[in-house]
Design a protein around this ligand. Structure first.
Ligand SMILES: Cc1ncc(COP(=O)(O)OP(=O)(O)O)c(N)n1
Ligand SMILES: Cc1ncsc1CCOP(=O)(O)O
Ligand SMILES: [Mg+2]
Length: 253
């Protein structure tokens, strides 16, 4: 599983919105695992200080107004952490297109939420739209064109997880690697379509994914349920980086 990236200089037709984003560690929030909605902004703040480079606000309950109030609080906490660290951390909204548009945040949708083309067409051109991908045919369809492609795919799930049980079958590291390679090889975005893995990722399993072509790991419980979210984020990133520096086919002891 090499790091080689294709050269996309020829044929690109879509802005490379994911350029400059640190995709290595992506946090998806969950009010239940975090101890309630009010606790989530503080966890997101700590997580960014620990090294999280992307945050998605996910809350399956409440109406759009409640969600929007919550998303603003999380985005403000992320902005505070960015001011303190000098980093730029994009914030995505899970599922809710109207809230993403209203707040000017990025959007992540799944296969059963709405057609990707509809989401992309409704979002401002400068904002990213991510899409969950659970299989090779889903990815082929997402990249088939002629329309825009996702800025990032959530390769889902890598492993089965108690956090979300209504998922497709687990892809495993090999399936995640295959999908990430296909996404990167897509020629209509200069850097290729970014790919993060989600589902069952812990400090122990993170290193296994470092050998894949994924751009990063995406977690819910490993940070939201951690007693110290900043330390949890730092450990995940450290394990990911440690896995990257190993020769192929080896994992840390
Ligand atoms: C980055 C990322 N990848 C996958 C998902 C899962 O999206 P979806 O399948 O729509 O499930 P819900 O999260 O909406 O329950 C994600 N949220 N983020
Ligand atoms: C939102 C989502 N989509 C696929 S798996 C998942 C949950 C991942 O949670 P965890 O990181 O706790 O396994
Ligand atoms: Mg969804």
């Amino acid at each position: 599983m090499s790091d080689a990236r294709p050269d996309h200089a020829v044929g690109e037709a879509q802005p490379d919105r994911g350029a400059g984003v640190d995709w290595r560690l992506y946090l998806v929030t969950d009010p239940h695992l975090g101890g309630g909605r009010d606790a989530v902004p503080g966890i997101a703040y700590e997580a960014v200080l620990g090294g999280v480079g992307v945050v998605q606000v996910r809350d399956k309950e409440g109406d759009d107004d409640e969600f929007a109030t919550h998303a603003v609080a999380v985005a403000e906490a992320v902005a505070r952490a960015c001011t303190e660290t000098g980093r730029v951390v994009p914030v995505f909204v899970n599922d809710r297109l109207d809230v993403a548009r209203e707040l000017g945040l990025h959007l992540h949708v799944g296969q059963r939420d709405m057609p990707f083309a509809r989401a992309r067409a409704a979002m401002p051109d400068d904002l990213m739209v991510g899409l969950s991908i659970e299989s090779d045919p889903q990815l082929a369809a997402a990249l088939a064109g002629p329309g825009p492609v996702p800025d990032v795919i959530g390769v889902s799930p890598v492993w089965a997880t108690a956090t979300k049980t209504d998922t497709a079958a687990a892809l495993g590291p090999e399936g995640a690697d295959r999908l990430a390679r296909a996404a990167h090889a897509h020629g209509s975005v200069r850097g290729g379509v970014r790919a993060v893995g989600i589902g069952g990722i812990t400090p122990t399993t993170a290193a296994q994914l470092a050998a894949t072509e994924l751009d990063g790991i995406c977690v819910v419980s490993a940070i939201m349920a951690a007693p110290d979210p900043r330390a949890a984020a730092a450990e995940l990133l450290e394990r990911w980086e440690a896995g990257k520096s190993l020769p192929p086919e080896r994992e840390p002891a």
